[in-house]
Ligand binder design. Structure first.
Ligand code: GDP
Ligand code: MN
Length: 373
């Protein structure tokens, strides 16, 4: 589970890691109000993604009027696939140096690893290896203050800045362990005058540990509305960026169907495992979710084992008769009670195919292809 920047910074504050003064706002008026209290500010869109600076999601404002204007220009816009509805308005920091500081899991070494750099800022992924300072942490011993001081020196820091950075490193590791995080990242960690502070914050929490974390860790929702609806119905459903909705019964056959569709130049709009042995009602509900995603066509791949083809056919017939199916639907249906299923579909004006190849070729012919990547 990812946390928003403002949530990560609340946790930083709980652990004594210095952050800029700031306020979470949801309207231009509130942004102006915050700027009246704080002075010159940076207006930061809160989305569950980094790289906001380059995407235009971080703006500066010297006056309340400017803060309101900036807020208005960002709120409601689509930034990296997220609609911005929350902003963090923060004191504009005079930045002398931008550092990078993160702790994550080094899977190969089976230990936490601290990764830092004196060249922080926006493009950490592009830094060459020699600009990174790395240190594997022994969980039994923890991160000792002397090691944190050594790391701060390796980053080229001296005096008070080195001391503060070392303290931040120790606190960040404490947070990393106590909140079961997979990643804590400060980019940039900023040197400003005689202060070192976290100008940005990113935290990913291990989903499997959420049950044992108390309310000091806020919860966020990364799933789309349709994904939440599907989950409530017990259907595995993940939205993708294509235009052909896919339904199959079983995770393996669903993955294979996506691969075949992709191979023939089609773009899947989702992964949907409607489950083995699903009856008429659950199958109808699954189809309704696909229709709600507004695809250009629907591809169904059912291999009836426990699932009965006639049940699947009845579900499709029911949806067609009640709410209607307003996009082309191509079905491959084989297995238990196949003849009955095919007959019911035909009665309802729905064609079906015996092989997935035929079905995929048909659906791709309807929607058009793109080059295979
Ligand atoms: P990201 O692009 O999503 O990682 O967002 P950041 O919060 O890291 O902001 C991107 C960049 O904006 C930073 O690397 C800084 O260069 C700049 N920035 C952010 N906050 C401030 C600030 O308070 N003062 C100044 N001068 N620059 C800032
Ligand atoms: Mn950043």
């Amino acid at each position: 589970m990812k946390l928003f920047e403002f949530m990560a910074k609340e946790l930083f504050a709980q652990y004594g890691i210095p952050i800029p003064r700031g306020k979470v706002v949801k309207s231009p008026e509130e942004a102006a109000e915050a700027s009246r209290e704080i002075g010159p500010v940076v207006v930061k869109s809160q989305i569950l993604s980094g790289g906001r600076g380059k995407a235009g999601g971080i703006k500066f404002a010297d006056t309340p009027q400017e803060a309101a204007d900036m807020a208005r220009s960002i709120l409601g816009t689509d930034l990296k696939g997220f609609v911005v509805d929350t902003l963090l308005v923060e004191e504009k920091i005079k930045i002398e140096q931008e550092l990078y500081l993160a702790i994550t899991i080094d899977k190969a070494a089976r230990s936490p690893i601290l990764i830092s750099s004196a060249s922080g800022g926006m493009d950490i992924e592009e830094l060459p290896e020699e600009k990174l300072v790395k240190h594997n942490i022994d969980v039994g011993i923890g991160l000792q203050p002397y090691l944190a001081r050594e790391l701060a020196r390796k980053l080229g820091l001296t005096g008070a800045a080195a001391q503060q950075a070392a303290e931040i490193i120790v606190k960040l590791y404490k947070l990393f362990r106590e909140k079961d995080t997979e990643l804590v990242e400060i980019n940039p960690l900023v040197v400003s005058g005689d202060k070192v502070l976290a100008a940005d914050g990113k935290i990913n929490i291990d989903d499997e540990a959420l049950f044992r974390l108390d309310d000091s860790v806020p919860r966020t929702e990364e799933r789309t509305e349709l994904e939440q609806k599907a989950a409530a119905l017990g259907i595995s459903y993940v939205q993708l960026d294509g235009d052909i909705a896919v339904m199959a019964n079983g995770a393996g056959i669903t993955m294979a169907t996506l691969d075949i569709l992709q191979y023939y130049g089609g773009r899947p709009a989702n992964f949907m495992d409607a489950g083995g042995g699903a009856g008429v009602e659950p199958t109808a509900k699954a189809l309704e979710i696909l229709l709600a995603s507004k695809p250009r066509a629907i591809l169904v791949n059912i291999f009836g084992g426990i699932t009965r083809c006639d049940d699947v056919a009845k579900a499709f017939a029911q949806v067609k008769q009640t709410r209607g199916i307003d996009v082309p639907m191509v079905i491959r249906l084989v297995g238990t009670n196949q003849e009955e299923g095919v007959r019911i579909l035909k009665e309802n004006g729905i064609d079906s195919y015996r092989t997935i190849k035929e079905a995929v070729e048909k659906v791709v012919a309807i929607t058009g292809t793109r080059a295979v990547e």
